[in-house]
Structures are given as C-alpha cells and as structure tokens.
Design a protein around this ligand. Structure first.
Ligand code: F6P
Length: 557
C-alpha cells in the first residue's frame, strides 16, 4: 500500500515542471527590460516616483521589508513574477508544503515547516501526518529543559548543570550558535552555552579549559552521527570527561544526542532514552527548529524557543499563502534573481545592524551557498546562467570600517541586505539612534552616490586632482529589513524568510536546493590523505603539490 503511494507521489512529482528558465518568455522579456533600464539611476527612480519608498514595502507581523532601493520598477516585478510562475513556483510551493519528495536526488521530502507548526496542524510526509512525532520530541525537549533549569536533573555527583557544550558542525551548529548569540538577553540565569564545531583540537580544548566536568552537559548534535569533525570532538570530549571523573559511570548523565541515527547514537554509548530525534525530511541547514535547537532551548528557555518557532511558523504561512508580489520571501528571491541574472551581480552582502546578529552572515552562508551553489539543473544538464551568489557580511558599523569602501567605490557592484532592529535590547543611552542613523545613511549613500557637482558644491576644500576620488557612483541596490525588536518571534520570522527565499531561487534556477553533494569530494580525499600523515609517508600516486605539502609538514614536525 505504502509502495503504491510512493509511486503515486513520484508520478505527481514528475508532473512538476522542471523548466529551463532561459527558455521562458519572461526570461527573454527580463533581458530586454534590463537593457531598457540600462544605467538609469536609483536617484532618478526616486525623483520620478515620490511614493516609491512607501509602495515598495511589505510588512508582516514584526518585520518590514523595504525593497525600493533596487534597480527595478513595477513592470520588472511583474515580469519576475511571470518568470516565477513559468518556472512552476506555485506548484513547487504546494509540493513542498504537501510533503512530496522534492529532494529528489536524496529521495526525501523537505518538511521543516512541520517543525514549527501548531499542535493541531496536519503536515503529511509520504501520506503520514508527522505532527504527532514532532510534538513527541518537542514535549521531550520541554520536559528536559525544565528538569535542567529547575535543577531536578543533576550531574553524576549531584551538582546542577551550569554549562552546555553543543558538539556539531554545519547545520548542527551554525543555526544554534547564531540564535543563541542573537537572543543573549533571554539567556536563562546560571546556564552558559558553548559550541564546538571545528576538528581543530583548539576549539574543543579552549572550551574544556573553561568548564567543570561535574556541571557540564554535552549535546552531541549530528543528523547522520557519522560526521568526522563531530564524532572526533565527541570522542575527545567523552575521553576528557572520563579522565576528569575517573570513571565512565557518569557518561550517561552528561552526554545526550540529537540525531536521526539511533543505531550510531547507541553505538557511541549514549543511552537512546537520552536521544532527541529528528527525521530525514529535515535538511541539516534547515534544522534549527528541530531538536538541533536543544542547545537554544536550554540557553533561552523552552518558552522562548517556542516563540522562535511561532515566528518561523508565521513566516511559513505568509510564504505559503501570500500572493507572489506581496510575499516577502518571494520578493527577496525575485530581486536576487534580477540582480544576479539580469544585472550580473554575483554576490550578496548581509549587513545586520545589531551586534547580537553577528553570526547571521555565517549562518546564511551555509543556508544559501550549500543550497543553491549548484551548476547542474533538475534535468541533469549543466546550467547556462548564474545560480547562488557569494554570501558574506559582518555586523553593520564594523563592516563600515572594513569593507564598505569597496561596496561604495569598488568596481564590483554588490547588492546588500541591511537588517535593523528598532527597539534596542540594552539600556544605554546615546547608542541606538546612531546605530539606526548609520543603517539608514549607508543604504541611502549607496542609492544616491555623490556626483562631481555635489563634491564641488559641498563647500569642502578639495583640490582638483582629488575630486574624482570623492565621487561615489551610487545606484547600488539594497534591501532594508526592519525588525520591531530582536525578540525570539521576530528572529524566527527573519530565519524562515531567508529559508524560503532560497527555495524560491532554487525553483527558478531549476536546481535541487536540498542536497549538498559538493561537500563530499573533499571529505573523501581527506580520508585518503589521513593515513599518509599518520605514517609520515608520501606516495608516487599523489600529485606533486600534495607530496610537496606532506614532505614540508614532515620536515617541520
Ligand atoms: O557540510 C556538509 C553537511 O552535510 C551539512 O549539510 C550538515 O549540516 C553538516 O555536514 C553536518 O552534518 P551532520 O548533522 O550529519 O553531522
């Protein structure tokens, strides 16, 4: 019965369009549109449309997107929406929320919205409602958090837990790090989180030097429970713990696991009653709302974790139901396509004007680049258009004193996402209006630029040979996202907004956004090279650079 159902689903799936975007009329029309727009200046758009900054805005709950400082108009947006429809965006969105196996190369559904849906919702994966399973684990997480926070669950020597060490990498680390940093004002008193990801022993070592084994809880977070970095760190942490305590007896009280792989968790020596499960329909970089968020819930309290999930759900619903051009994720996806494919800009700067969002660029790098860094389409053919951009960034004003020079006056045009928070989460006077002033000023400067005439009329004493250096080309596109506050709810909205933006772009580019085969080759070669380093030898079958590097390492060892 189940097999018949899978075949039926695959049949529906194969009916989904896998359209080469280049072959659509909308793509051709957009190319013409880009030619027609040429280098029309954003300052001209604003002069011609005095209400542009009010009309090119979409708000949802605690987040507001102003996309007016992009080099496009209503007609362009309509064509972009036409492109999205021609590429089957609406059908793909339905297939996604319908639990179809849209991650075809791994033969999996992609169902992270189920992780944050309300208890009475129904989300089907291969015809089975996954909500009861989701809530079984959420309830397990909630009760675990409360036993830790109330000091009911104690370490093996009877002391309460004070430190949490999450051991994981990629999707089992970046989201949790980003969110716990963002939600610092919500940290539960007496709990200090730590994150270890790098296989470089320095990462684990510096954490182990800070914590006391008796009061530390280790969370080994790995979807597969086979990842080299995580397993190496987990084994070293376990060995350190045993050495500190003088016996293995306490391991069961101090190590828990978050994984989809029960056998591997058990083989590692963690009691599966101390395992928090998630499922293969949750992609690693889409997993912070699953049990991978356990370190978040332990750090900020389950209530705040729930509020984060509620914000994500609010954005899921907005993405699912809002019309294309009133839909924040769709708009950001389409604007990205316009910048990348038609204005030929291949990068995106993420510029959060909030110190607590300092890990957002790193988190979005994995989300976007691991999802859409692809060059083969869903029909298996090479693509002949640009796909995922290079995503990078830094907390706002720090970036201003580092790389903004290039954004303003460099030869590369860089679209930017400015992210601001209206209500500060600190009480210090004299800071926040400056922060916001900088946020607004930078996107305005990028938009306006500064002409030669303006330099000359500025009243500044500028010698003739310096005048060209003081000119800013302007016309550099940006989005501005304003959040009401950096609350768990608003942060949840922001995260889901970007998740769905990536989805939109993947569909239009006709690529598979939910696999990541590009990370495998390097891992395989590391497994080949490791024995050479262990044995201290080189080999004629290796290339000369590899042999040279090995020899230099032996020399300096
Ligand atoms: O970097 C590759 C990757 O597979 C990511 O997609 C994933 O988030 C990360 O490794 C960690 O994987 P796991 O959770 O299975 O340890």
């Amino acid at each position: 019965m189940k097999i018949t159902f899978i075949f039926a689903l695959e049949f529906i799936l194969n009916m989904l369009p896998k359209v080469n975007p280049l072959a659509t009329k909308a793509w051709q029309a957009l190319e013409l549109r880009a030619d027609a727009i040429g280098d029309k200046q954003l300052r001209t758009w604003f002069a011609e449309e005095p209400l542009r900054g009010e009309s090119m805005v979409v708000s949802h709950e605690e987040i507001r997107l102003d996309y007016s400082k992009n080099r496009l108009d209503e007609e362009t947006l309509l064509l972009l929406a036409e492109l999205a429809s021609a590429c089957g965006l609406e059908e793909a969105r339905d297939a996604f929320f319908g639990g179809e196996l849209i991650n075809e190369t791994e033969h999996r559904a992609v169902m992270h919205p189920a992780l944050r849906a309300p208890r009475d919702a129904h989300y089907l994966v291969e015809g089975v409602d996954v909500i009861p399973e989701v809530y079984r684990v959420l309830d397990q997480m909630e009760s675990f958090c409360s036993t830790i926070h109330q000091g009911v669950k104690k370490g093996c020597t009877g002391k309460i837990f004070t430190d949490i060490v999450n051991i994981g990498i990629g999707g089992s680390d970046l989201g949790a790090v980003m969110v716990t940093e963002a939600l610092r004002p919500y940290w539960v008193d007496g709990i200090q989180p730590h994150f270890v990801s790098n296989i470089d022993g320095n990462h684990l070592y510096q954490v182990l030097q800070k914590v006391n084994a008796e009061t530390t809880l280790f969370i080994v977070s790995s979807k597969t429970f086979t990842t080299l970095e995580t397993m190496t760190n987990a084994k070293s942490a376990r060995a350190w713990f045993v050495q500190q305590m003088g016996s293995e007896a306490g391991v069961k009280d101090h190590f828990v696991a978050v994984s989809t792989n029960t056998e591997a968790v058990s083989a590692f020596g963690i009691d599966t009653r101390n395992m928090f499960e998630f499922w293969d329909w949750v992609g690693g970089r889409y997993s912070l709302s699953s049990a991978i968020g356990l370190s978040i819930a332990l750090t900020v309290g389950f209530k705040n974790f729930r509020s984060l999930l509620d914000g994500m759900h609010a954005m899921d619903e907005h993405f699912r139901y809002a019309p294309l051009l009133g839909n924040m994720s769709v708009l950001m996806g389409l604007i990205g396509i316009w910048n990348i494919n038609f204005l030929k800009m291949s990068t995106l700067a993420v510029l959060p004007y909030d110190q607590y969002l300092h890990r957002l660029p790193a988190y979005l790098q994995q989300l976007d680049m691991e999802s859409n860094g692809k060059s083969v389409d869903r029909n298996g053919a090479p693509v002949h258009y640009a796909t995922g951009p290079i995503v990078w960034g830094e907390a706002g004003t720090n970036g201003q004193h580092a790389f903004y020079q290039l954004i303003h006056q460099g030869t590369i045009e860089i679209p930017s996402d400015f992210i601001g928070v209206v209500k500060p989460s600190h009480p210090l006077p004299g800071h926040h209006n400056w922060l916001l002033a900088n946020l607004i000023a930078q996107s305005r400067a990028l938009m306006l630029g500064r002409t030669r005439e303006e330099v000359l009329e500025s009243g500044e004493k500028v010698s003739e040979n310096v005048v060209p250096h003081k000119v800013f080309p302007g016309n550099r596109p940006s989005n501005t996202l304003l959040m009401k506050s950096l609350s768990p709810f608003a942060l949840g909205q922001l995260i889901a907004l970007y998740e769905h933006k990536v989805f939109v772009q993947g569909i239009i580019w006709n690529i598979y956004s939910f696999d990541q085969f590009g990370v495998e080759l390097g891992k395989k070669l590391a497994v080949q090279i490791h024995p050479f380093l262990e044995d201290g030898r080189t080999d004629g079958s290796l290339d000369s650079s590899t042999n040279g590097l090995l020899a230099a390492i032996y020399d300096w060892k």
